[in-house]
Design a protein around this ligand. Structure first.
Ligand code: NAD
Length: 489
């Protein structure tokens, strides 16, 4: 990599970003391309002592950042968005190599990352208080939103840039400072790039700390007395551990977890369009998206045709190294995850599901796979797979479709395809999910939406859109009497 590039590897090789670029107590971690195993760079791996140092520095920096004019905070966020876009070509290359993304998916990360930054910049200058009715004469009564202080952000590997930026931007916009821990498999896209854009955008020292690390660093954040809130995006297992530790330390915690998302195709749907929606929702980024279509529920009159068309599409989606520019699916993030996908597919076939396409990996490349006849009692019906597997099941009535879709908890997103919007809406109203998309598949997101799920998809919190002020600040009630008056004693 050219050292005059924007990302400037010479600046951060072997380091993390906390009080500038520094070596960590956790030592060095090689970051590898999951498609080729080529080492891309080496970064500083954070341990608990690094977290403690960063959190202490962050707490000192917070009051000055909160005291900045909202427009000053907004200007820095907007500049960071400009820098992401201006350096898109270079940054897309890093995202592709580090996270196994095809070019269009990496492009979406830049586009949405800039969108989250700009939306947060706009939120910074929104009104953030309420005049309240007075309880007695001569008293003014109002409430204003204030930042929590230091927000700890923990993010996953799959959309590393976007899922880090959406929480970091919201926290900074509202006057918090941030200690951020990207997944150690994607510390460049999920951390180093973000540190670099904010460094160049003029963010004051100490306001953002980026510490790539594993569960030990994350758990240290949850227990750290200087961190007031944890914004976590990841698995239900990780989220419940985070919630447990943060709860013990009385921190606010926002949990954005997994999904087993149903696409319900009613009998009046256009079959070809519905199959295309199912393929996009199930196979995009190898199915490694929290909103991936985990269950294709099709009416019994069209389920056979849907499955056949999905299988034909799957057979024409090559999997391989995204840097060749010739594949639709890149690698799965790890060998362990390939093993998990295979175990779920094998179990479904053993229990009677039909394998219509794919089903056998080539190293870390898992082909687009179609399982038909998937039923409750199979892991493929009940669990989030996080792999490119379309699980097709059938229903006989709208009531049965609702019942089957609601069998799976977590409830993050759902889609319905139907010629009748009213009918699709009536089905959707009965689904226990956080996002409902009528005449679209389940993978949808963006800066304007209050993103989050129900049940085991989280803890009822939302990130982004109108949820920014709700989640990243708290109320302070202020009452002012014109003058102090005496009490009876
Ligand atoms: P994961 O929970 O293993 O890891 C996510 C992050 O949490 C990483 O940074 C990891 O280092 C950290 N972590 C893990 N254990 C921790 C602990 N005990 N304490 C503190 N931090 C800890 O998740 P994963 O399997 O790598 O990611 C995929 C999961 O994330 C899927 O379930 C997916 O659905 C979910 N996800 C959810 C959303 C959403 O917005 N709802 C978005 C993307 C991914």
């Amino acid at each position: 990599m050219n050292i005059h590039s924007f990302i400037d590897i010479g600046r951060w090789q072997g380091k993390a970003f906390f009080g500038g670029w520094r070596a960590t107590e956790g030592g060095l971690l090689d970051v590898a391309d999951p498609a080729t195993d080529a080492v891309l760079a080496s970064i500083g791996l954070a341990g608990p002592a690094d977290v403690a140092a960063a959190a202490a520095e962050a707490r000192v920096a917070q009051p000055a950042w909160a005291a900045k004019l909202p427009a000053e905070r907004a200007a820095i966020l907007n500049k960071a968005a400009d820098l992401l876009e201006r350096n898109a070509e270079e940054l897309i290359g890093w995202i592709m190599r580090e996270s196994g993304s095809i070019q269009p998916k990496a492009g979406i990360e830049i586009e949405h990352g800039a969108g989250f930054l700009r939306h947060a910049a706009a939120a910074a200058i929104e009104p953030h208080g309420l005049m309240l009715p007075s309880m007695d004469a001569g008293r003014r009564n109002f409430a204003r939103r204030v930042p929590h202080g230091v927000v700890g952000v923990i993010s996953p590997f799959n959309f590393p840039l976007v899922l880090s930026v959406r929480a970091i931007a919201a926290a900074l916009a509202t006057g918090n400072v941030v200690v951020h821990k990207p997944d150690p498999r994607t510390p460049i896209s999920g951390g180093i790039i973000i540190a670099r854009i904010f460094e160049e955008a003029g963010l004051p020292d100490g306001v953002l700390h980026v510490l790539p690390g594993g569960a030990a660093a994350g758990e240290a954040m949850c227990a750290d007395p200087n961190i007031a809130m944890i914004s976590f995006t990841g698995s239900a297992a990780g989220g419940s551990k985070v919630g447990e530790i943060a709860g013990r330390h009385l921190k606010k915690v926002q949990l954005e977890l997994g999904g087993k998302n149903a696409l319900i195709i009613l009998d009046d749907a256009d079959v070809a369009v519905a199959a295309s929606n199912a393929a996009w929702g199930a196979f995009l980024h190898q199915g490694q998206i929290c909103m991936s279509t985990g269950l294709v529920l099709a009416h019994e009159s069209i389920v056979g045709e849907i499955a056949t068309q999905l299988a034909a599409k799957a057979a024409h989606l090559p999997a391989g190294d995204p840097s060749t520019g010739k594949v639709a699916l890149g690698p799965i993030i790890s060998d362990a995850q390939v093993g998990k996908i295979q175990a779920i597919v094998d179990e479904a076939v053993e229990k009677g599901a039909q394998l219509l396409a794919g089903g056998k990996p080539n190293g870390r490349f898992y082909p687009a796979t179609v399982l038909a006849g998937v039923r409750p009692g199979m892991r493929a019906f009940e669990e989030e797979i996080f792999g490119p597997v379309a699980c097709v099941a059938s229903f006989a009535s709208d009531d049965e479709a609702v019942g089957l879709a609601n069998l799976s908890d977590p409830g993050l997103a759902a889609g319905r395809i139907s010629a009748s919007v009213g009918r699709a809406q009536a089905v959707g109203d009965r689904l226990m999910v956080g996002h409902l998309h009528i005449n679209d598949q389940t993978v949808n997101g963006g800066p304007y939406a209050p993103f989050g799920g129900r049940g085991r998809s989280g803890n009822g919190s939302r990130v982004s859109g109108p949820a920014i002020w709700e989640e990243f600040t708290q109320w302070v009630w202020v009452s002012i009497k014109d003058q102090a008056t005496p009490y009876p004693f």
